[in-house]
Design a protein around this ligand. Structure first.
Ligand code: GDP
Length: 460
């Protein structure tokens, strides 16, 4: 090999090493928002191949520069791995099934190969590579952030204000009676564990109650690797009990502080601080089905989640770590439960739930976007003739495996009033995934827009 060839090869290798980059993408949302389906689809879209017809908005694919994606098999054994293979199997069963939902945090690493468009990378490398880490974690954990700026007493007041809302009141009664009967001077392990179990039952009841989104502490509901840890012996006493200087109130105050220090702060420092970009999935349609109180609480929960992305120079988060999330996508999931002409209204509704058109908002630290998507399509859309007029409709399989063709109704582009909910019931049905084989592209709605917003600039 001549000296010139050697230098060229070395500089190519050097370029390969220095120009290869990493991106950590966080995926979150409250339980049932669609995280598992989303990551399964995202990974399949990236590893399936370069199908311009299937991902028309994703420029690296459209421009035929995408060379493919591969799962990285060298992931550290200590890191819980997102079960992509099993999830794809669920979708291929007869009849197809949705894969089981997220229970804690997990990760999957991919390497994406592409031809760079121009610049140094294009000159030095025949193919470039982006290492993508996808991190899945429950949105419930972000709901814990406000606890850092509350005292235990304030948290008890906040919780009981929430539990007195009409859609929670009934479920909370038994726990309230249990607390009233508790000996406030008994802070023994047994007493704490017993009441924590009762509170856990209540949280699970809330979790199954339509529209009860805001459940704290998040780790009691979705403990992840912390299941059974002593600081998870935590529950809100009645505000008047928390104000007493009893042995129980003192013990719970200690557990509360320990939860903040040993659970919430490390989560932000170890996981959140390392994310570069973030996707937040929101299931607005189930909230509409559940009524006015559900919409109100979803809005409140989203406002709390947004606090994790609001980090001005003086914010609590900036003091805890150096956040670097530069792009946040809010995606209204499961848009295939509605007809396509309703998708615009769905994304406007989500913008209203987030309180403002995000581009005008004060989250200067990150670029934000809102869109309506379906990670894995469960319906096909079309038209039926009604009185000589073409009416939009969707067709899919209901949970009882019955084929259904229907117009699911209009999506409001604003949060409807309490009065409107009294007169109108939304009924967006849950559907089974469409039949699918692994050799085929996975049907979706706007996953190419998601990929373009999240990765497009990194694959230039
Ligand atoms: P997670 O708890 O956030 O991980 O939520 P999952 O991804 O497990 O989704 C919960 C349920 O929502 C699934 O079992 C499906 O019934 C439904 N779902 C999720 N994504 C989609 C989608 O793209 N389209 C449709 N029609 N349903 C979806």
């Amino acid at each position: 090999m001549s000296l010139y060839q050697k230098i060229r090869q070395q500089s190519r290798e050097f370029g390969q090493r220095t120009l290869d980059r990493h991106l950590r993408l966080g995926v979150t949302g409250l339980s049932g928002a669609g995280k598992t389906a989303f990551i399964t689809s995202l990974v399949h879209q990236l590893t399936y191949g370069d199908q311009p017809a299937h991902l028309p908005f994703f420029s690296v694919v459209r421009e035929k520069r995408y060379l493919g994606g591969q799962l990285d098999q060298r992931q550290a054994l200590s890191v819980p791995r997102f079960p992509i293979e099993q999830n794809l199997q669920y979708l291929q069963q007869e009849p197809p099934m949705w894969p089981p939902s997220t229970k804690g945090w997990s990760q999957l690493s991919l390497s994406l190969r592409y031809k760079a468009v121009s610049g140094l990378r294009a000159k030095l490398q025949s193919r470039s590579e982006l290492a993508l880490n996808i991190v899945d974690y429950p949105g419930e954990w972000l709901l814990d952030l406000p606890l850092l700026s509350m005292s235990y007493q304030q948290w008890c007041e906040f919780s009981w204000r929430l539990f007195r809302q009409p859609h929670r009141q009934e479920a909370a009664k038994v726990f309230e009676q249990h607390l009233q009967a508790c000996n406030q001077q008994d802070a023994s392990e047994l007493a704490l564990q017993n009441t924590t179990e009762q509170y856990k039952t209540l949280l699970h009841q809330f979790h199954d109650t339509a529209g009860a989104y805001l459940n704290q502490p998040g780790r009691l509901l979705v403990p992840g690797e912390l299941a059974g840890a002593p600081m998870l012996q935590l529950f809100p006493l009645l505000p008047e009990q928390a104000a007493e200087n009893s042995a129980l109130a003192k013990k719970l105050e200690q557990h509360y502080q320990s939860y903040c220090k040993n659970v919430i702060e490390p989560f932000y420092q170890q996981h959140f601080a390392r994310l570069d970009r973030q996707i937040i999935l929101v299931d607005c349609l189930t909230a509409l089905n559940s009524g006015y109180a559900a919409m109100q609480e979803l809005q409140q929960a989203l406002q709390l989640i947004l606090k994790s992305f609001h980090y001005g120079p003086t914010s609590l988060l900036t003091r805890l770590f150096k956040p670097k999330i530069s792009k946040v996508l809010f995606a209204a999931s499961k848009s295939d439960h509605a007809t396509p002409e309703q998708h615009q209204a769905l994304s406007l509704l989500l913008q209203q739930l987030l309180h403002q058109p995000l581009k005008l908002s004060h989250y200067q630290a990150a670029t934000t976007e809102v869109m309506a998507i379906a990670a894995i399509r469960a319906s096909v859309s079309g038209y039926v003739q009604v009185d000589g007029l073409a009416q939009p409709c969707i067709r899919g399989e209901s949970l009882g495996q019955k084929s259904v063709t229907y117009f699911p109704g209009e999506i409001p582009d604003k949060i409807p009033s309490a009065e409107f909910f009294k007169q109108h019931k939304f009924e967006f049905l849950s559907l089974q995934p469409l039949r699918w084989r692994e050799q085929e592209p996975l049907p979706h709605v706007r996953m190419d827009h998601v990929l373009q917003f999240m990765l497009g600039d990194k694959l230039e």
